[in-house]
Design a protein around this ligand. Sequence first.
Ligand code: BGC
Length: 473
Amino acid sequence: MDSLKFPESFAWGASTAAYQIEGGWDADGKGLNIWDTFTHQGGDRVFKNQTGDVACGSYTLWEEDLKCIKQLGLTHYRFSLSWSRLLPDGTTGFINQKGVDYYNKLINNLLAMNVTPLVTLYHFDMPQALEDQGGWKSEKTAEVFEQYAKFCYATFGDRVKLWITINEPYIVAKLGHETGLFAPGIKEPGIGPYRAAHNMIKAHAKAWHAYNTLFKKKQKGHVSIALDSDWAVPLDPKSMDDKEACDRYLQFRLHWFANPIFIDGDYPAVMKSEISRKSKEEGLVTSRLPEFTDEEKSLIKGTADFFCLNYYTSRKVKPLSIKSSGPSFDSDMGAEGIKDPEWPESGVEWLAVVPWGLRRLLAHIKDTFGDPDIYITENGFAQSEPPVLQDKHRWGYFQETLSEVLKAIKQDGVKLKGYFAWSLLDNFEWNSGYSVRFGLFHVDFNQPNLPRTPYFSAIEYAKVVKGNELIYN
Ligand code: BGC
């Protein structure tokens, strides 16, 4: 059964993010971040006004997380650094040594267990002090991020060799700055997301160059960015309108960031033309989509050492049917994605289970972005309340997905280097709070010691990791 084997030295991991698991929101000198502020504002921004104040308690219970990692036999663990735990006001003006100590303990213990850390610098949690000065909407934040990145490389880079600058800039831009559903809750449709994205791309590029020029020779690591995308197919494969809408859907999501970074330093042509056309119609003299200078383009192009993909679901796409009154990202894109009712739904409304979409998306990345080394840095399926430990159906989704991953490697020749399940633990699922459970380990949030218990999926995943092969019972 050689065909079910994964390549030698395939990276098997699980992922988490600081705000979603750590808790300790004001412990030991940590500064506030935008999710602390957002959740403390109440007002039903989050399910039952829940917060990440305690979450999985990983700030103190990190050894329990290590036990879970050990039980799974992972080769890699992806986690993020809380910027404001390390630098309370976001700048290197004051370094919180307790925060440094925390991540040192985590990293050293992972390495002692032979687990390779993959570290994300930014997973949705802007220090509040920087948000107060404009956050991602301010160009200055790109510079401050570069300083933060340098600080992290200098502090942890002797041991951390795999870095992700920013997690899912699309979500940060769209949910944080267009709809305001996520922190910082900015509702500036058709303007906010483009500004935020512009500065995130610059911030990423600066952080990549900082590593490349100052650290790479000595530390010999690699730096990338984690991009999320659905796969998209035309609703009616014979309709030209649906085909074009489908292309725009991918261009406005994956290519928005991947084109500048992996291709030519600039936004996709269709984004530039559509947003500029609509801006003119609105009587504006310049496009709502900011422009990169030639110098910036050459700085941005080629700033990823591998491709990190977060994949959850797919959509069938057609032209947008309901037009908004003012400018908006969706009307710029002019497309909408629909779930096929035949696709099973995992425990959260948006997550239709479409394993073959991942294979198609991987092939698209290979063909479009220069056949890069790819890591799937997030993929998973949720359970809603009440979760069951015997989550056999969920493991079935993982199996189907891993089988598509194998086809991508063996039949399509995708240079896939690793797979990270989202998530190691049930955790604070942003505005769904604790009502949506993505963990391989169940966390009992009602008990003060927050016990972790493996789901059936965890036990089966451990077998796959151990054998480096897909196993069917
Ligand atoms: C994010 C995670 C999140 C997951 C499931 C991704 O968008 O990176 O933080 O928990 O999806 O929604």
